[in-house]
Design a protein around this ligand. Structure first.
Ligand code: SAM
Length: 287
């Protein structure tokens, strides 16, 4: 049962284009008592833009734990508070989760407003299936962790979303190409809603080559969208050729295993394909 305290409003802010603020967000920021913000300067600039004057207290990664007490105590005193982040939707890879959890615990009403979010904006334009997806945050910066993370998602069937920095994108593309293979589709959504907005969608190999040749600008904020692992992958002509050659020298099992290693795909589907083909060939001979 929600108690009669103040309300906590979750207010998304633009990820670039200031016009992406919603009417409801402006109305909310006008009526609340104060704002808990991840970035004081950015929030002040936003408020100035819309002629809103409200006190701002800081709530970021390093003081979240400490400042929650203060915010909760004000909510309990019936103050209405808006939570905003540096850009986009608060709590989505931004501070706020601990505060929201505490509000649930204290039965304080939470009112989330829909609005700008780089993940959803990128996904909507990605040209990659968006009916099932997982968001994996930033690709780790350290090589070992990066490889581990990418390897762990190799057989993820849902569309995969990452944040990445312009500085590390080439390294990540190289690993993605190595682990996911050249045919996986990738969309790079860069500087969304801003002047230099660009959205590239192609095979990983194609995008990686473009980056290698500096044909894609390596600056700005980036969301990466990668198509999920296709369980029922069609066996390409190239793979069929490898199977045909190896089959002359090895058993079906060994042929499937070696081909799976060469082309980095699951051996079971290759083995099933070989068995089916063998049966079909036998049947043809009988006719
Ligand atoms: N809460 C935010 C949201 O809802 O979009 C995400 C915050 S996260 C700390 C910041 C990352 O989001 C950036 O490093 C970048 O990967 C992505 N991002 C934010 N704005 C973006 C934009 N305009 N274009 C592309 N990516 C963006």
């Amino acid at each position: 049962m929600i108690k009669n305290f103040g309300n906590l409003f979750i207010v998304p802010t633009p990820i670039g284009n200031i016009s992406d603020i919603t009417y409801r967000a402006i109305e909310t920021l006008k009526k609340i008592d104060y704002i808990a913000s991840e970035n004081y300067k950015k929030t002040l600039r936003l408020l100035n833009n819309f002629n809103i004057k409200k006190p701002i207290i800081s709530l970021h990664q390093h003081n979240e734990f400490k400042n929650i007490k203060k915010i909760i105590s004000n909510l309990l005193k019936k103050k209405n508070i808006a939570l905003v982040s540096e850009a986009g939707t608060p709590t989505i890879n931004d501070p706020g989760f601990l505060l929201i959890r505490e509000c649930h615990f204290k039965k304080i009403k939470i009112i989330p407003l829909p609005g700008a979010c780089s993940i959803i904006t990128a996904l909507s334009a990605s040209g990659i299936p968006s009916n099932r997806f997982c968001f994996e945050g930033f690709i780790p910066s350290k090589k070992k962790e990066r490889i581990k993370k990418i390897k762990s998602l190799k057989f993820e069937e849902r569309t995969i979303i990452f944040f990445e920095t312009a500085r590390r994108i080439k390294k990540s593309l190289k690993e993605l190409l190595k682990e996911f293979g050249e045919n996986r589709k990738i969309t790079i959504a860069r500087e969304l809603t801003k002047y230099w907005e660009s959205i590239y969608c192609n095979k990983i190999s194609y995008i990686f080559n473009k980056y290698k040749k500096n044909k894609i600008i390596c600056k700005g904020e980036i969301v990466l969208i990668i198509s999920g692992y296709n369980k029922k992958k069609k066996i390409s002509e190239k793979i069929k050729k490898t199977l045909k050659i190896l089959k002359k020298y090895f058993s079906l099992k060994k042929t499937a295993l070696l081909t799976s290693k060469i082309h980095k795909i699951k051996k079971n589907s290759l083995y099933k394909y070989l068995l089916k083909k063998q049966n079909n060939d036998k049947n043809k001979k009988l006719l």
